[in-house]
Design a protein around this ligand. Structure first.
Ligand SMILES: *Cc1c(COP(=O)(O)O)cnc(C)c1O
Ligand SMILES: [Zn+2]
Length: 422
């Protein structure tokens, strides 16, 4: 690694307006490249920028996907014309029925089912792929809890790049099939996500031309989640909501939603207003929630045991930064049981017609818990993120719904079985 980003004037390159990397712990500067940990203190690195002047109109004139925010990401100006899966600009849905059921005033669902592989992971992978290509990597790889494998396999197929993805073997069948279908090399591992992640780190050392999107390309990858914050604000008519509830796996999504809001405010694209960030975990994997409750700054790793597999990271890389964001903004973090997750998946479906995955159930479950505990204001405008699609986690709800036995196709059979329906 070499030190010190030297560019000062905004330059548009394969990394757009990014100028370098900096250590999130000690601030040490690095040039743009395949670096992710600080040589001085081992802290994680983050992308720095020298942004151009940008107006709302510039953004609104962009494509109906996350590349409308290309100037705020480490991607080239012509990214929208390259072969990507074009994620983002997913719907923000006003959830009046759910708000009514919960006694809230204004509630919105940021529905990331709308992405190409039906989860928010398409956003981060799109940025990682661009950076990996720019840095000359030949293979796109990842350790994954499932959704990331889907997104990497699809993005690599579209870009004509080889992929190697690895997941814990006990993953939902839906996520295994929806990864296999894209081709590429698909590896299932006997172990937890954290075991898979450790294997990936070792493989990264062995294969210098493999870009592990969430390991050695992580500083670029993580920036993709800012687009959730950008979109929420733009879709609200260029306003930041008072409260946002975000699921936590590694914690990067939560941290970057906050960063997205912060950047829009500092660029003058939204009026300054306070916001509070809330974090959601499943009780069976709640290391960040536990640290928050105990008032700790460090996050003690756990061994995950929950149906919310997409959030089952026992040693979350961004845990301490999540604690910072939540404490700084005056939010909170809570966790809910698997039964509460299933109940919330069903509530979201029954009130709004949205079938979220287990991560969505975690987020709504935590919203309900925070309301009950008086930690979240029912009158403040609130956005919750549904980060994935229930069709990928069918097993989680299969036991909780009634699948009817068939009837004969006659009126008699109908009235016999359903005397009072309608
Ligand atoms: C990965 C994932 C998350 C959380 O992402 P982090 O940035 O690692 O915290 C949330 N929801 C779904 C559906 C995911 O797949
Ligand atoms: Zn450092």
């Amino acid at each position: 690694m070499t030190t010190a980003a030297t560019r000062t004037a905004p330059t548009s390159s394969g990394f757009g307006y990014a100028t370098g990397l900096s250590c999130r712990e000690c601030g040490h500067l690095y040039e743009l490249g395949p670096f992710y940990a600080c040589e001085e203190c081992f802290g994680p690195l983050e992308v720095r920028y020298d942004y151009p002047a940008l107006t709302r109109e510039d953004i609104e004139a962009g494509p109906p996907n996350m590349w409308r925010y290309a100037p705020l990401l480490p991607v080239p100006a012509d990214i929208a014309s390259r072969p990507t899966t074009e994620p983002g600009y997913a719907k923000l849905i006003r959830a009046d029925n759910l708000a009514h059921a919960l006694g809230m005033r204004r509630l919105w669902i940021k529905d990331d089912r709308g992405n190409p592989t039906h989860s928010f992971k398409d956003r981060v992978v799109a940025v990682a792929l661009s950076a990996a290509t720019e840095m000359g990597f030949k293979v796109l790889a990842c350790p994954s809890t499932g959704n990331l494998a889907n997104a990497v396999a699809a993005a690599a197929a579209r870009a004509g790049v080889r992929s190697v993805v690895m997941v814990p073997a006990d993953l939902e069948l839906q996520k295994i099939i929806t990864t296999s279908v894209y081709g590429g090399t698909f590896i299932t591992v006997d172990g937890t996500y954290d075991d898979v992640n450790r294997l990936a780190s070792e493989l990264a050392g062995e294969h210098p031309d493999w870009a592990f999107v969430n390991v050695n390309v992580r500083p670029y990858y993580a920036e993709g989640s800012k687009t959730l914050g950008f979109e929420i604000a733009e879709q609200l008519g260029w306003r930041i909501p008072g409260q946002v509830v975000v699921p936590i796996a590694s914690g990067a999504q939560l941290v970057k939603v906050d960063k997205g809001f912060t950047e829009l405010a500092s660029l003058g694209l939204v009026p300054p207003s306070p916001w509070r960030v809330f974090g959601a975990q499943a009780t069976g994997c709640s290391p960040v929630s536990a640290a928050f409750a105990a008032g700790h700054d460090v996050v003690r790793p756990v061994r995950p045991d929950t149906i919310a597999k997409s959030l089952a990271i026992g040693n979350p890389a961004d845990g301490p930064y999540v604690l910072d964001v939540v404490r700084r903004t005056g939010g909170s973090i809570a966790d809910v049981s698997d039964d509460e997750v299933v109940d919330s998946i069903r509530l979201l479906a029954a009130t709004e017609g949205i079938f979220g995955e287990t991560a969505g159930g975690v987020t709504l479950g935590v919203l309900r818990k925070l309301l009950k505990d008086g930690l979240l204001d029912p009158d403040a405008e609130t956005v919750i993120i549904n980060s994935g699609d229930g069709l990928k986690t069918l097993d989680a709800v299969a036991g909780a719904v009634d699948v009817p036995d068939p009837i004969r196709p006659t009126l008699e059979a109908f009235t016999e079985r359903y005397p009072a329906v309608g």
